[in-house]
Design a protein around this ligand. Structure first.
Ligand code: GLU
Length: 919
């Protein structure tokens, strides 16, 4: 018996070997094996991937070549499916890949079952039966994966939304999770109501306290369900979903990815898989195709069909068979069908859906699912689940969020609204006709371009024609300007000198500030006053000058008096006469004045005090003058070179007080105006009242304000950065006073925009890298006439003195000379008059003779024609005492008259004159 059994098994093995060898020999002859595909006419991707799978399989198969027999069917039409399948069977197919809709698939399976033809099922199928091989992971295993995920996420109680009864087998595992005493699991079925929506059931979910929801249903209905979840208002950061469908990645999730809703699910096919990407590229015909961040067009069905073809191709290498034509109308079946099925189940190959391995029931085992989560940059893998090892979560570190977010802006196109305000946004000055973004330049334009290239987004600039940035109407509660454009979605981003205010923050979101500033006053620079003619008088105050004059006079008088009192000052006029009858005193009143003035001007005189009292007065006067003159000299340089400047206003208080009758204003509806409107400080309130009562001083743009400052007696409240820009170009204008507040400019966007953090981070980076500082230098100091006024700053060196500084000195000299000339002429006339009188000669005669002599302009000797010269002599002089005419003392003293010039008659004359005058 034993021997017979062994011999039987041995003969079976031998038979097997012979049959495989024969089959190999059979396949070598290059026969073509037909494989059938029934696909829904709406799913053309299926046919493409099927063909691609056949091509790829043939490339690596030298034994046999597969050929696709494909037939499109109307979705859901089972009768048509049966007919087309029967037709297909006549073309000797060795296996059929079936439709994906339930009813046609069920019909196809039963026909294949009757004909014992392998049916390759790629659907989510709950009942596997021979001769079917189902490549899809079985729902019961998916249920385990879902249960593991819910446990991993730590949910305590949740709602299950399931589509139809057949999904209950998945839900079963979840219902068993907590047992009877655990947290509550609510089960709700979602199905279209009479209005064709799910909203009723979704509203009930909203009213419940459950924020954790498991959705189990078909991929066809999922997009509509998600969109209605959003409409009902339960698709936000409070809710978390687990989606129990492996095709989650094939639907467009963009509408939900920025709302911070937490969606987790599974996928069998990874779009990041190299092989998948290659297949998709070849199907799409686009080498650049990438599906990492958008919905992936490769459904599980398609991927499984691809893998199924590879599995079948592999099987054909080893199983001996001869394809036969089958007829639906007879009872014939294909006896090799089960052999093929069994062989496929025993094979294990690696496909694009992972390892293809089956248990003896034909269910997939040892497969692996990616756990995916929806982030603002699309679906991302956070871990894996495998039927053998369960969960392993490898969530990406959170600090990578910048990279992730970065990607979320990639290839997005933003409408950026800006205003034509120098230097943030300006029209290019070029004769060429420019279009689109090329028309504009400026700091704001550069900043957006910089962010665009950093974060990979595109942008289109739009101009706010009325230059209104946006303010809230307190009565209507409505916004205007750029802020309104952003709120109403006509623009995505707003950039200009847009100040971040608390009001605006209530309507839009801002990035971190890219520039800091404060309010200041723009006004004309203080004008330099021209030097005064008598600026040489400035070193001393008027008081000092007055006292100096009095001191001069007082000292002269005291010298005169002390000179007369002091015996030492009385001299013998004729030293040759030992006992003089008269004595002379050098300190006549005139000489006293002359001595003091000589000392004052540091020139000295030939008068030397001899008496102790006069010497003491002389000394203290010299001391006084030396100090006074040194002080004057020291102060003079400063007064001649320092220019005095004057401005009617020095600060905001002066403006509010109306000093210099300076009018003022700010940009209408701008943040500067709002600042005064909301201020509590009395000065600012006064300024606001003025602006409110005088709307004619308010402007539409900054440029208008600047023009008014230039042309009128007007001050403009402006932001310091804009003032910096203006004073670089308009040298007559400057900032008055210090900053009134501190704030910043930011990029505005819609409230709760997901781009805020990414943009803020990028701005921070640009700040740290010095890019923003460089851009500011470019637009403030270099471009468009920048730097025009910078040379003004460097002229603090001493400048040369001009006529305006020293004119007064020349004037004094000139007036002094004129005065001297007048006095000279008067003296001359008087001397002629007195000579004529003395000599009893007509005035005319003496005048003619004197005039002739003067006009000769030569000769230093003069003949004495009229001896009785009393006062006109220029060569000698005498004192006549108090009577008669006061003498003028020349620099030549009486002592120094050379002896040869003396004659007795003259001495006699002097004597007689003296006596006469003292009678
Ligand atoms: N930056 C201001 C704003 O955002 C405009 C200019 C101003 O008011 O001084 O409204």
């Amino acid at each position: 018996m034993e021997c017979r059994k062994d011999c039987h098994s041995l003969s079976l093995i031998l038979l097997g070997i012979i049959s495989i060898t024969t089959s190999m020999l059979l396949q070598v002859d290059g026969q073509t094996i037909n494989v059938g595909l029934l696909y829904e006419s709406t799913n053309s991707g299926m046919e493409k991937i099927f063909q691609k799978a056949i091509d790829d399989a043939n490339e690596s198969n030298e034994i046999s070549q597969l050929s696709a027999v494909t037939t499109a069917i109307t979705p859901g039409n089972a009768f048509e499916t049966s007919k087309k399948l029967c037709k297909m069977l006549r073309s000797s197919v060795i296996a059929v890949f079936g439709p994906s809709t339930t009813l046609p698939a069920a019909h196809a399976i039963s026909i294949c079952d009757a004909k014992e033809l392998p049916f390759m099922d790629t659907r989510w199928d709950f009942s596997v039966q021979l001769p079917t091989i189902n490549l899809h992971p079985h729902p019961t295993q998916l249920a385990v994966a879902l249960r593991d995920l819910v446990i991993t996420l730590g949910w305590r109680g949740f709602t299950i939304l399931y589509e139809t009864g057949e999904y209950l087998s998945i839900v079963n595992e979840l219902l068993k999770l907590y047992g009877t005493n655990g947290p509550v699991v609510t089960l709700r079925r979602y199905e279209l109501d009479i209005n064709g929506d799910y909203r009723n059931v979704l509203r009930r979910v909203k009213k419940s306290d459950d924020f954790s929801i498991v959705v189990v249903g078909s991929i066809e209905t999922l997009p509509e369900l998600l969109s209605q979840l959003l409409q009902v208002g339960i698709m936000n950061d409070e809710y978390r979903y687990v989606i129990g469908n492996l095709d989650l990645q094939t639907i467009d999730l963009e509408p939900y990815q920025y709302g911070d809703v937490n969606i987790t699910g599974f996928r069998l096919v990874s779009p990041e898989n190299q092989r998948v990407m290659e297949i998709l590229k070849s199907l799409d015909g686009n080498e650049e195709a990438s599906f990492q961040n958008v919905s992936c067009p490769m459904s599980v069905n398609m991927a499984l069909a691809y893998d199924g073809v590879q599995l079948l191709a592999e099987t054909t290498k080893y199983v001996n068979f001869r394809p036969v034509q089958l007829n639906c109308n007879d009872n014939e079946s294909w006896e090799k069908g089960f052999t093929l099925i069994n062989y496929m189940k025993s094979l294990s190959i690696s496909g694009i859906t992972g390892e293809l391995k089956f248990d003896n029931q034909g269910l997939r085992t040892d497969f692996q699912l990616d756990t995916i989560e929806l982030t603002s940059s699309g679906l991302s893998k956070i871990g894996t689940w495998s039927s053998s090892q369960g969960f392993s979560i490898n969530r990406k570190p959170i600090q990578n969020s910048f990279e992730v977010d970065n990607r979320s802006l990639v290839n997005k196109t933003f409408v950026v609204i800006t205003a034509l305000t120098d230097p943030y946004g300006m029209l290019k000055e070029t004769p060429a006709k420019l279009e689109g973004n090329d028309r504009f330049e400026g700091f704001g334009i550069d900043l957006i371009a910089e962010l665009g290239s950093k974060l990979g987004f595109n942008f289109v600039f739009k101009i706010q024609e009325d230059s209104k940035y946006g303010s809230l109407d307190p009565v209507t509660g409505k916004w205007n300007g750029m802020i309104l454009e952003i709120i109403e979605g006509r623009a995505d981003l707003g950039i200009t000198d847009l100040t971040m205010t608390s009001d605006r923050e209530s309507g839009v979101d801002f990035t971190i500030p890219f520039m800091n500033l404060g309010i200041a006053i723009l006004y004309k620079k203080p004008v330099t006053e021209p030097p005064k003619l008598f600026s040489f008088m400035l070193p001393f105050s008027g008081e000092v000058w007055l006292l100096l004059g009095l001191a001069y006079f007082g000292v002269s008088v005291s010298l005169f008096v002390l000179g007369r009192l002091s015996a030492a000052e009385w001299d013998n006029p004729y030293p040759c006469i030992e006992d003089p009858t008269v004595l002379t005193n050098q300190f006549s009143f005139a000489n006293s004045l002359w001595f003091t003035v000589g000392a004052l001007f540091q020139q000295g005189s030939e008068i030397a005090p001899k008496g102790l009292s006069t010497r003491v007065v002389g000394s203290v006067w010299w001391f006084f003058t030396i100090i006074l003159v040194s002080s004057y000299t020291a102060n003079l340089a400063a007064f001649l070179t320092v220019e005095s400047v004057s401005s009617p206003i020095e600060n905001v208080e002066d403006l509010a007080a109306g000093k210099g009758n300076v009018k003022y204003g700010a940009k209408r509806g701008g943040s500067t105006f709002t600042f005064f409107q909301e201020a509590n400080y009395p000065t600012y309130q006064k300024i606001y009242e003025f602006m409110k009562d005088n709307p004619q001083y308010m402007t539409t743009t900054n440029n208008e304000g600047v023009e008014r400052v230039e042309k009128e007696n007007y001050a403009f409240f402006m932001e310091s950065t804009s003032i910096e820009y203006v004073v670089e170009r308009k040298c007559t204008l400057g900032q008055v006073g210090s900053l009134l507040d501190e704030k910043g400019y930011g990029i505005a966007m819609r409230k709760n925009s997901p781009y805020r953090d990414v943009l803020s981070l990028a701005i921070l980076e640009l700040q740290e890298q010095g890019v923003l500082a460089k851009m500011k230098t470019k637009w403030w100091k270099e471009k468009r006439g920048g730097g025009a006024c910078s040379q003004d700053d460097g002229n603090s060196q001493a400048s040369e003195l001009g006529m305006p500084n020293l004119g007064g000195v020349f004037f004094v000299l000139f007036v002094g000379c004129i005065l001297a000339s007048l006095i000279g002429v008067c003296e001359w006339i008087l001397s002629i008059y007195f000579t004529a009188q003395e000599n009893k000669v007509p005035f005319k005669i003496v005048f003619r003779d004197e005039f002739k002599f003067v006009m000769q302009c030569s000769g230093n000797t003069k003949a004495v024609k009229y001896p009785k010269i009393s006062r006109s002599s220029s060569s000698s002089e005498c004192s006549y005492g108090s009577s008669g005419f006061k003498s003028k003392r020349s620099s030549e003293s009486i002592d120094s008259i050379p002896m040869e010039n003396w004659d007795d008659s003259r001495v006699h004359n002097y004597h007689s004159e003296y006596e006469k005058s003292h009678k």
